[in-house]
Ligand binder design. Structure first.
Ligand SMILES: [Zn+2]
Length: 329
C-alpha cells in the first residue's frame, strides 16, 4: 500500500510517499510560485504511482472540510478553491481526504512522533495559532471539520479584536505577529533600530525597511536578555497555558505537543508555558500536563496527512512506541 501525503503551506507545497506503517519512502517540496494550481499539478504528477491507495492533504486554512475548499491567507489565487476536487481530477479513482494543517500535525505526531500516548493536543504557534486533537487514538475533526482551532479559544474576553470577529482569542496574544506587535508597542526596538513602516495584520505583522520583524528577531532579542521580548514570550506562554488548561479540562487529556515557527524558540516559550500550566491548574487531573516540542518538525503534517489517507482506506493507524520515527534522509 502506498499513501500520498500533501502538505499545502503558505510558501511551499510538500509531498511524500509513505507505506501503511508510516515509513516515509520519498519526499519533495516546491515553492508555490506564481501558479499554485500549476505547482500542485506538477508535484502530484511527480508523485503519481500506479500503486497509490489513497491521498491525504493537510492544508493551511481557512478550510471548509465539507465543501472541500480552501482559502489559504498566503495564497490569494486560491479563494474557495476546490482543493480535494482538483487533486481527484489529477489522480482519478483514488480516494482523496482533506484536513487542516494543525489537525494533520497532531495526527502525525501521535502516529509517528513516538510520544507513546493515546490522546494528544497538537498546537502550531506560527503566524497564526492552530492545532488538532487526537482522543482515544482517533483524530477529532468535528462536525464542520474545524475541531482543534485552539487559536480561537478566548483567553481574554476584554482583549483585542481578532480577525475572526471575536475578542481576546489566543491568537491575538500568542501568534508570532501578535507577540512582535505587543513588544513594539511596549517599547522594544528591534536590532538595527529600524522604524516600523507598515503593519499587515493578516499576514506578516509589523514591517520595517529591512522586511518583516519576525518572531525569530524577537526570540534573538529575548535570548540576548532584552526584557520586553522576554515579557512577550511570558505573556504568550501564559495565554497558551490558559487555552491548554481549558481544552484539557473539557476532554481530560494530558499530553501537548507544540510546533511551528514561534515554538522553534524552544525553552523561551516552553519553559514559561510549563510554569504557567502549573500556576493555573486547579483540578487534580490537570496538574500533570506534559508539554513536548514536535518530534517530527516540519514533516509532522505529512505524516498526519498520510495517517488521514490510511484512515480513509478503513485501516486504523497504530502509533509507534516511544522514540521518534527514523529520519527519511
Ligand atoms: Zn479569533
Amino acid at each position: 500500500m502506498t499513501l500520498l501525503a500533501l502538505d499545502i503551506g503558505g510558501t511551499k507545497f510538500a509531498a511524500a510517499h509513505l507505506d501503511a506503517d508510516g515509513t516515509l519512502l520519498r519526499r519533495a517540496e516546491r515553492p508555490i510560485g506564481p501558479s499554485p494550481s500549476g505547482t500542485l499539478a506538477a508535484l502530484v504528477a511527480d508523485f503519481h504511482d500506479p500503486g497509490l491507495t489513497a491521498i491525504g492533504i493537510g492544508t493551511a486554512g481557512p478550510v471548509d472540510v465539507r465543501a472541500e475548499t480552501v482559502s489559504p491567507v498566503n495564497i490569494p489565487q486560491w479563494r474557495d478553491f476546490p482543493l480535494a476536487g482538483a487533486v481527484r481530477r489529477l489522480v482519478p479513482g483514488v480516494e482523496v481526504v482533506l484536513a487542516g494543517d494543525g489537525q494533520c500535525m497532531a495526527l502525525g505526531e501521535w502516529w509517528r512522533g513516538g510520544h507513546g500516548v493515546d490522546s494528544l493536543l497538537g498546537i502550531v504557534v506560527s503566524t497564526g495559532v492552530g492545532g488538532g486533537l487526537i482522543l482515544g487514538g482517533r483524530p477529532v475533526l468535528g462536525g464542520t471539520g474545524n475541531a482543534g482551532h485552539i487559536g480561537h479559544v478566548i483567553v481574554d474576553r476584554d482583549g483585542e479584536p481578532c480577525p475572526c470577529g471575536a475578542r481576546g482569542c489566543l491568537e491575538t496574544l500568542a501568534s508570532g505577529p501578535a507577540m512582535v506587535r505587543w513588544a513594539l508597542a511596549n517599547g522594544w526596538t528591534p536590532a538595527g533600530d529600524l522604524a516600523v513602516t507598515a503593519d499587515n495584520a493578516a499576514v506578516q505583522g509589523p514591517v520595517t525597511a529591512r522586511g518583516p520583524v519576525t518572531a525569530k528577531d524577537l526570540a534573538d532579542a529575548a535570548r540576548a536578555g532584552d526584557a520586553i521580548p522576554l515579557a512577550a514570550f511570558e505573556r504568550a506562554a501564559d495565554a497558551l497555558a490558559v487555552a491548554v488548561l481549558n481544552t484539557a479540562a473539557v476532554v481530560d487529556l494530558h499530553d501537548v505537543v507544540i510546533g511551528g515557527g514561534v515554538a522553534a524558540a524552544g525553552g523561551l516559550l516552553i519553559d514559561p508555558l510549563r510554569e504557567h500550566l502549573a500556576k493555573h491548574a486547579g483540578m487534580d487531573f490537570l496538574r500533570h500536563i506534559t508539554v513536548s516540542p514536535t518530534a517530527l518538525s516540519r514533516d509532522a503534517g505529512l505524516y498526519g496527512a498520510a495517517a488521514l489517507a490510511l484512515l480513509a482506506t478503513g485501516v486504523t493507524p497504530r502509533p509507534t512506541a516511544r522514540g521518534p520515527a527514523p529520519d527519511p534522509s
